[in-house]
Design a protein around this ligand. Structure first.
Ligand code: GLC
Length: 614
């Protein structure tokens, strides 16, 4: 839970038998106004009113000075509110046993025997998809009666909830996409606009404030007594920017995912008014400014600390991890599409374009690994000084791990996990590779090669349950030093080589993009054999993903949503275009100019560097 109580609040009115805000919010986005909260909690207070418009988010205009606007109060008795929230979050006993009975009765699915359109087969047991939809809906979190997100896990038997009762930004992405594909747009719109409110929040950890554009890792809706009147309650949105998270990790990926979802919302609904709002445009720019700020770094990749993405614990991914680079690239491409041209943003757009070119070149050239490249590294000269060095990062060939030599198939390749001076992280990280395909960070050939690699290494990367978060696991001394002896990240568990069903959706988008949906179909079919029976675990353990993860939550929302998105997209592959970015021809031209000027390709040949213009 958040250490500093920075909150977004909605007062709930005097005693009344029920909360009746839902219908009020159904057709209008509440406009929020703010005033500093009480001495007990720092933060802003908001009320809901019938006004709509652009006062939603105005980071540079002194939000804290704004006063409460006229309000329509939610008349809830404290117990009613708590009860109504609880009932939206926890499956009733009846449902659990019903689910259990359904599962017990359910035959092992045979390919094609289950509905792929989300509808129950009449008379028969509930389909896996229907069950998934029920569970996804039960995970919805409401704020002032409006759906605004889904909690991370809804495991009724879990003894320690930690922060799994919160709405995680990254976890909501597959939920949001499932709702978009189903034509249920309100929850996504609300999520986008409410999380935008949290972005401009004042946040500190031990007196230090992170950058202004930061999006929270997660948030929670709390019902608290109204200041000065204990007979009344109010709802508050309580964000966690990492200041309360285990390890105090920075949620670098949150803002990037937010931009990606915003673009998907516009593409899917055709409603561009959200992305065109002044406050939303400001939000995009704040994220970009934070990411594009000058620093000490030599590389165009984003420099981050360990645990700043889906892998949110120490796993040796500090520096320039692929996952962040793929999301960064994707967010830049999406933002470029959405930014409305205006005089003030010319510099930002120029910086964005330059970064896109440099980033794609850097990743495609230096992160790419296949048999040929391993052989090149194996024969690297080291300690090369000067501009035409081939081994630019001074990689010592002894770094090539023994597992890799036999592991790399003749056909196929992948983008490595990280690159730093004298260090290549040769591990395969799934999300980064899959999203490099989806966003066209990888070239067309590389994208096919990544899928070739996945097919060739199916037994290792998928085995009994899709999909390993990374490969291979760290063991022994390496595990001890790099994870800090983390008992949750033991070899082939959790982030250290565990299998995460949520990754199904990214695999599906990537394989549809490359015209190879059969890869995703195979993975979905495999998942369907166990996932519902196993109660939708967060992750699986062991080399072959045979066990439900040691500390895995059950009814993990993004496992459920990831499965649903995969099914919906396989049933309607053209919908994947809401998520895909095709390669831009300006970028391709710039990229080929840079490629031909690279010493790795031209050493020995005398060729003048060609200028390029974006
Ligand atoms: C774990 C995962 C993280 C996820 C969170 C909530 O911490 O590592 O990626 O967002 O759980 O599900």
């Amino acid at each position: 839970m958040a250490a500093s109580e920075t909150v977004l609040r909605v007062p709930l009115g005097p005693l009344s038998p029920s909360c009746y805000l839902a219908s009020f919010f159904a057709n209008s986005t509440p406009s929020l106004s703010f005033k500093p909260a009480s001495r007990k909690r720092r933060g802003l207070r908001c009320t809901s009113s019938y006004e709509s418009g652009n006062s939603f988010h105005s980071p540079n205009s002194g939000l804290k000075g704004k006063q409460l606007q006229s309000s329509t109060r939610c008349k809830c008795q404290r117990n009613d509110v708590e009860e109504s929230i609880r009932s939206t979050l926890l499956p009733s006993d009846g449902l659990s046993s019903e689910l259990k009975r359904d599962l017990d009765e359910m035959p092992l699915p045979v390919n094609g025997s289950l509905s792929s359109n989300g509808n129950a087969q009449s008379g028969g047991p509930k389909s896996i998809e229907d069950e998934a939809w029920d569970l996804l809906r039960q995970s919805i979190v409401y704020y002032c009666g409006s759906p605004i997100g889904t909690i991370a896990a809804n495991d009724p038997n879990s003894t320690s909830v930690l922060n799994y009762d919160q709405v995680f930004i990254r976890d909501f992405i597959p939920s949001g996409i499932a709702f978009l594909l189903k034509g249920e747009y309100d929850i996504v719109r609300n999520f986008i606009l409410y999380t935008l409110q949290l972005q401009s929040w004042e946040k500190t950890m031990d007196c230090h404030s992170p950058g202004q554009g930061l999006m929270p890792a997660s948030f929670k809706v709390k019902t608290v007594p109204l200041d000065g009147d204990d007979s009344m309650t109010e709802e508050v949105l309580d964000p966690d920017f990492g200041e309360a998270a285990i390890g105090r990790v920075a949620p670098v990926d949150s803002g990037l995912w937010w931009i990606i979802l915003l673009r998907a919302y516009g593409k899917c609904t055709g409603d561009l008014t959200v992305q065109e709002r002044v406050d939303v445009q400001t939000g995009i720019k704040m994220i970009l400014k934070l990411c594009l700020a000058d620093g000490f770094d030599m590389f165009p990749t984003l420099l981050v600390t360990d645990g700043s993405c889906m892998i949110d614990r120490r796993m040796g991914i500090h520096g320039h991890p692929l996952e962040i680079q793929a999301l960064f690239y994707s967010a830049l491409v999406c933002a470029r599409e959405m930014l409305t041209p205006e005089d003030g943003s010319a510099d930002l757009i120029r910086a964005l374009n330059n970064r896109l070119v440099a980033l794609s070149f850097h990743i495609r050239e230096y992160y790419w690994l296949d048999l040929k490249k391993i052989n090149e590294i194996y024969r690297y000269q080291t300690e090369e000084y000067s501009y035409d060095a081939v081994n630019k990062f001074n990689i010592y060939p002894d770094q090539i791990p023994s597992w890799l030599v036999d592991f790399m198939p003749n056909r196929g390749g992948y983008l490595i996990g990280n690159l730093q001076p004298a260090h290549m992280d040769f591990r395969f990280f799934s999300l980064g590779n899959l999203w490099s395909i989806v966003s066209s960070l990888a070239t067309n050939d590389q994208s096919h090669a990544i899928l070739d690699f996945v097919e060739a290494k199916w037994a290792e990367l998928v085995a009994d349950m899709p999909f390993k978060i990374c490969y291979p696991a760290m063991e022994g001394e390496e595990w001890r030093i790099i994870t800090g002896s983390d008992p949750k990240n033991t070899p082939w568990s959790y982030h250290n080589g565990g299998a995460w069903p949520t990754l199904l959706w990214q695999l599906t988008v990537a394989s549809i993009k490359m015209g190879r949906p059969e890869i995703a179909e195979k993975a979905v079919e495999l998942a369907e054999r166990r996932i519902a029976i196993d109660k939708w675990p967060e992750y699986y353990d062991t080399k072959r993903a045979r066990f439900i993860g040691k500390q895995a939550r059950l009814y993990q929302t993004w496992s459920i949503a990831g499965y649903l998105v995969a099914k919906l997209l396989l049933a309607n592959p053209s919908a994947a275009k809401f998520l895909i970015s095709e390669e831009d021809s300006d970028l391709t031209n710039a990229f080929s100019c840079m490629i031909s000027a690279n010493p790795r390709r031209t050493r020995g040949r005398k060729k003048a560097q060609q200028p390029f213009i974006v």
